[in-house]
Design a protein around this ligand. Structure first.
Ligand code: GLS
Length: 827
């Protein structure tokens, strides 16, 4: 067999240790599951059936290792990490699990004997879209790394019946379709139908005095929903260690149903069941914009209440005193979405365990840690006080008490700043009162971290500056990372193999090893091999694009890729303005010597986000005009790939030349797509924002195209009074582009179609400073094009990007969290 193929790579079993279930029975196990688990004829199973049976055969192997891992955690009585997140975006499991278990080759062989290829069978998997974007995907990279590092950890989330919507592009516009990811069955998880916790909402608080004269609080009335555990397994890379991600599904409570049934209200009982189970029905499709709906608050508490019951149950088994709780548990809040865990723990300790408030609070602030993922003011979560009182009346009381004591301390510490109290209060006062979840999370946690060095500085210096003055020791940075197992080894097997051939396999668990590639950057032979692999990846993407969009693209053209959620601050608009600029240059002079480029866009817009959806439409309209203009030919192509998701990202990352990371400086907390592209050898064009800045430090400024205003320049400009019109008036190329859009050049049937977009730039302040950065972006794009013409130079840059991305492994991030925040070690 050719040793450079992914098949050969799959054959490497360097550190694999034998599973209890042997690898060579995989085929028999698949056939067994076809018959006995799926109830199908196992003489001629179809592809979907084979996929499901293979998943079940792997789940068998995972569960053995999971039990062993749990036993090891118990035996060591380790401190446990609970990672709470309303979102996880794991992506398809099949290949990832095969790689982690070291069973890729066995699976290929077994499938070949059954008449299938692994590619075909893997194509049958529907990924669980239980997250919106970066935040959820980060949580999944972190679970992968926690497992790789053998941390005593658990992921906790919600098993939404419908994940992020499926995006279709119809007539150039986004259309949303429900994502019924469970329809194909639940082959990776175990549903723990016997394992339920009651979760209680609404009701009213009764105050009473007990025999010892203590003031007590009891919640009366309200309604109860059951949380059923569904466990999915996350294997560590070839280390026999398996973690679980426990996702809660809402089930109606039996008692209620029976009482209804007894009174003969059958339909009423069924309706109640449906209402209850709605809680885990759907993921809110907003990235960085809280929805503020009652159901969302219920989802948050549903996750928190069920998880806290699980944590307390495990803790109780140890039989140690409550003051040991923080030594045995750390609860990590992924954003403020699960921050109601803080008053929930207080409630458990004070109302149920009858601990004095001070003692309970002491436990609380030594247990929680909080990661902030955004500085956009509109994304900072707040809840109308009225709604909070209705849904969680006791929790609101507890928040008041936390706030009263906190403000008392602040007043003592800063007696001469009376305005400070209102600014740091957990309650925003005004016509309407709101609970500020970020303030709650900061006050209730011993650690508050940002997700890139730049972002963590912004937190300290601006958005949470006053908290930083009150609790300086709590603030720290943990730069995000990505898992190299999925984002190189799995998605780019041929490049992974080329790397392994030269530097061995250690990079898979120690990404800094990629540094060893640096000496090869000058080798003509290695450059050639590198570029061949990249070209093959680009050909594959071209085939996919041809099949999906019917557009033919040149694999040799520069693939300039912008994939991520659609948000104005991410500035897909800036990109398309530049595309139109190139188009105009070609129209003026077809021999202008433009480097042939393929612009690829992808990403979802929140269904209610008008401007983001409008920008998607503009991109598609521009694409249509350019792709059908005979003057342009192969020089420019614009492609919008629908339904960007993890599966699609895995296709795109390995085939990208230029990675667009062009947010307005100061607005992108970190970004993680930027890391995935660079790890696969793409070169970044980006702003001084988020983790781009650290990437620059690592890869060197000759290997990354930076442009645009710095964060403080953005702020200065805004303060001085930014006038976008000056740019329009002084830059004729820019003016031409904007006039074409507002004049209907790309929407001849409806000339006004895109006026709002131009209006937002020229007459509504251009909040994201698109026009201010346009010229420097266009210049930098020219540099990129020139650099691409020098292919050996590009190969060198590409390799150095990969070689220097070691720092951005999520293993490094998780190692830092474990050491600096959680105080835990591998089992
Ligand atoms: C986000 C940020 O916008 C990203 O910059 C960041 O990389 C990600 C993970 O930390 O978190 N915050 C958010 O609400 N959605 C995100 O993707």
């Amino acid at each position: 067999m050719d040793s450079t193929t992914p098949e050969a790579l799959a054959g490497m079993r360097e550190t694999a240790s034998p599973a209890t279930l042997p690898a060579d029975t995989l085929k028999a196990d698949i056939l067994w599951h076809v018959l006995y688990s799926l109830g199908r004829d196992n003489e001629r199973p179809d592809r979907q059936t084979v996929f499901r049976a293979l998943a079940l055969a792997l789940r068998d192997r995972l569960v053995e290792k999971w039990i062993a891992s749990q036993r090891a955690i118990y035996a060591k009585s380790s401190k446990r990490v609970y990672y709470l997140s309303l979102e996880f975006l794991p992506g398809p499991f099949l290949r990832q699990n095969l790689i982690a278990l070291g069973l890729e080759k066995e699976a290929r062989d077994a499938l070949t004997e059954l008449g299938f290829t692994l590619d075909d069978v893997a194509g049958e998997e529907w990924e669980p879209g239980l997250g919106n974007g970066g935040l959820g995907r980060l949580a999944s990279c972190y679970l992968d790394s926690m497992a790789a590092l053998r941390l005593p950890a658990y992921g906790y989330g919600i098993r939404y019946a419908f994940g992020i919507f499926h995006q279709l592009i119809r007539d150039g516009q986004q259309v949303e379709r429900a994502d019924n990811w469970l329809r194909g069955g639940q082959h990776w998880e175990f549903e723990r139908t016997h394992y339920m916790h009651p979760v209680r909402f609404y009701g009213s608080v009764r105050e009473w005095v007990d025999e010892q004269g203590r003031l007590r609080h009891t919640l009366e009335g309200g309604s109860t929903v059951m949380a059923m555990a569904c466990d999915m397994f996350i294997p560590g890379y070839r280390n026999d260690y398996v973690l679980n991600m426990r996702l809660w599904a809402a089930k109606s409570s039996r008692e209620f149903e029976f009482s209804f049934f007894n009174t003969g209200d059958y339909i009423g009982a069924v309706e109640k069941k449906i209402r209850d189970e709605n809680i885990s029905m759907v993921l809110y499709p907003n990235d960085e914009a809280p929805e503020g709906k009652e159901l969302r608050l219920k989802q948050q508490f549903f996750l928190v209440s069920a998880t806290m019951q699980d944590i307390v149950r495990r803790f109780r088994k140890k039989g140690v005193a409550w003051d040991q709780f923080p030594r045995k548990n750390v609860i990590h809040l992924n954003e403020t979405h699960p921050a109601v865990a803080i008053p929930e723990l207080m409630r458990l300790l004070v109302d149920e365990e009858l601990l004095p408030w001070e003692e309970a609070w002491y436990i609380c602030v030594r247990t929680f840690a909080y990661t902030n993922h955004t500085v956009l003011p509109e994304a900072l979560e707040v809840w109308p006080e009225e709604l909070f009182r209705k849904v969680l009346p006791r929790h609101l009381q507890i928040i008041y008490e936390i706030n009263r004591r906190f403000l008392h301390d602040v007043r003592r510490q800063f007696p001469h700043d009376p305005g400070l109290l209102a600014r740091v209060s957990l309650i925003h006062e005004g016509e309407q009162r709101f609970v500020r979840m970020s303030h709650l999370a900061i006050v209730g946690s011993f650690s508050v971290n940002g997700v890139s060095a730049h972002h963590s500085n912004i937190i300290k210096e601006s958005i949470f500056n006053e908290f930083y003055k009150i609790f300086p020791e709590r603030f720290n940075n943990k730069t995000n990372g990505i898992t190299p197992r999925r984002w190189l080894r799995q998605c780019n097997p041929t490049l992974a193999w080329l790397i392994t051939e030269h530097i061995g396999t250690e990079w898979l668990t120690d990404l800094e090893q990629l540094k060893k590639l640096e000496p090869y950057a000058e080798s003509a032979g290695f450059q050639k091999a590198w570029m061949e692999v990249r070209l093959r990846n680009k050909q594959k993407l071209a085939e996919y694009i041809h099949a999906k969009n019917g557009i033919t693209i040149l694999p040799e053209s520069l693939y300039d890729v912008h994939v991520k959620r659609f948000h104005e601050y991410k500035r897909q608009l800036l990109n398309i303005l530049h595309v139109i600029t190139l188009y105009n240059r070609i129209r003026r002079d077809p021999d202008a010597g433009i480097v042939p480029r393929t612009f690829i866009f992808g990403g979802k817009a929140a269904p209610g986000y008008y401007m983001a959806k409008h920008i998607i439409q503009l991109i598609n309209a521009v694409g249509y005009t350019i792709n059908t203009d005979p003057r342009v030919g192969d020089m420019l192509k614009v492609v919008f790939l629908q339904n960007y998701c993890v599966t699609l990202a895995e296709r795109i990352m390995p085939a990208t030349d230029l990675s667009e990371q062009i947010s307005t400086a100061g607005m992108e907390a970190s970004g993680t797509g930027n890391m995935k592209f660079a790890l696969n050898g793409a070169i970044t064009i980006g702003t001084h924002d988020g983790a781009n800045i650290e990437m620059l430090e690592h890869v060197g400024d000759e290997n990354l195209f930076l442009f645009g205003l710095l964060s403080h320049e953005v702020e200065d400009l805004r303060r001085q009074g930014y006038n976008p019109r000056t740019f329009y008036e002084t830059d004729s190329e820019l003016r031409e582009v904007l006039d074409m859009i507002s004049g209907g050049y790309f929407s001849p049937g409806d000339p006004h179609m895109f006026r709002d977009i131009v209006e937002s730039l020229l007459n509504h302040g251009d909040r994201y400073m698109v026009l201010a950065d346009f010229r420097s972006y266009a210049y930098r794009q020219q540099d990129a094009a020139r650099a691409y013409l020098d292919q050996p130079g590009w190969a060198r840059r590409s390799m150095l990007n990969t070689a220097r991305m070691g720092f951005f492994s999520s293993d490094r991030s998780m190692g830092e969290y474990a050491r600096d925040i959680w105080g835990v070690e591998g089992v």
